[in-house]
Design a protein around this ligand. Structure first.
Ligand SMILES: Nc1ncnc2c1ncn2[C@@H]1O[C@H](COP(=O)(O)OP(=O)(O)OP(=O)(O)O)[C@@H](O)[C@H]1O
Length: 316
């Protein structure tokens, strides 16, 4: 492991008795990248995060985080990490600002302006006692404490849970700023859409095993979109169904509906031979296309054909 690598795991495995938490995880998070750690409930995301921070001990295998051994160098490691747990539990009945002062002091001092700047961006009222706050506002306190000391590595477990859409966007802005500042971000989620907006790569876990690691750009290319074209006059389905990437063509009079996998260009050029009244293209639904590819396919490893150079498969 070099300084180019923020997190490195080798055969990392945790069983809870006979129950698999995560098994044989080989994963690398590069310094300065945002890695989305994606998987459905129970996939093993929280287990992995807790192993990286030494809140759990592996059954076998090994992790190196920021060049340190989480087990041996836990205290040093935690100073360089900003951690947002999946389930927040704040102690006591204190106000948010008092709590954050306490966290700041524990990390060797954090400029208070940094705390207020984060609180303003997230529209968090620091004068409120944390125990009276809504889930979303508690989540904001959790985010402020994770980001406030500008750690080399942010480890965020389901960071947007409880945040409304506007605040989710603000959070993604914080992640992008962290990346610009050279920080590394490892964030778990079960929502691809949010990870896709912020991450360089996504690692997909399923049933305690790593299913794939992909660059986010290659997810987009894989997306199937639905297209509906309204023509001035009726058209013939046969004219469109053989076009590259075009599938599920149905024609009802002057309205053509189909799916397009990849480039829209062949369909648009073919449509342009007719008078087009309207064209509707639904946003690529990556949840439906990409995730179903991994989650709902028995033999998904066989279906993963195009190599991106990043594919990491464990034969799950
Ligand atoms: N303390 C525990 N004792 C027994 N089994 C556990 C424990 N913690 C987790 N597990 C099991 O390990 C597996 C992975 O759980 P984990 O919490 O890591 O998944 P996750 O991907 O974080 O899920 P979620 O999105 O629901 O938080 C699940 O089958 C879960 O039931």
């Amino acid at each position: 492991m070099t300084s180019d690598t923020a997190v490195h795991t080798e055969g990392l495995t945790k069983f809870y008795g006979a129950r698999r938490g995560i098994e044989n995880l080989d994963l690398e998070v590069r310094t300065g990248e945002v890695l989305g750690f994606l998987g459905p409930n129970g996939a093993g995301k929280t287990t992995t995060i807790r192993l990286l921070l030494d809140f759990l001990r592996p059954t076998r295998g090994h992790a190196t985080v920021l060049g340190l051994d989480p087990r041996r160098d836990k205290a040093a490691l935690h100073r360089h990490i900003g951690y947002l747990p999946g389930e927040l539990a704040f102690p006591g009945r204190g106000r948010a600002d008092d709590l954050l002062r306490f966290f700041g002091a524990a990390r060797g001092g954090v400029p208070w302006s940094r705390v207020t700047e984060l609180a303003e961006r997230l529209e968090l009222d620091l004068s409120r006692p944390v125990h009276t706050m809504s889930k979303g506002n508690k989540q904001k306190v959790g985010l402020v404490q994770a980001f406030m000391h500008e750690p080399a590595l942010l480890v965020l477990d389901e960071p947007t849970s409880g945040l409304d859409p506007l605040m989710q966007q603000e959070f993604l802005g914080l992640v992008r700023d962290a990346r610009t500042a050279g920080q590394t971000v490892f964030m778990s989620s079960h929502v691809l859409a949010e990870v896709q907006q912020a991450a360089d790569r996504v690692a997909i876990v399923r049933d305690g095993r790593l299913a794939a690691v992909e660059r986010v750009e290659s997810l987009g290319k894989r997306a199937v979109r639905t297209v509906e074209i309204h023509f001035a006059d009726p058209v013939d389905a046969a004219e469109f169904s053989a076009l590259p990437g075009v599938g599920a063509v149905t024609v009802s009079g002057p309205v053509l509906r189909c799916t397009v996998d990849g480039r829209l260009d062949p369909l648009v050029k073919a449509a342009a031979r007719h008078e087009v009244i309207d064209l509707l293209s639904a946003e690529p639904d990556l949840e439906e296309t990409f995730l179903s590819f991994y989650y709902h396919t028995e033999h998904h490893s066989e279906r993963h054909s195009e190599g991106t150079g990043d594919a990491a498969r464990t034969g799950a």
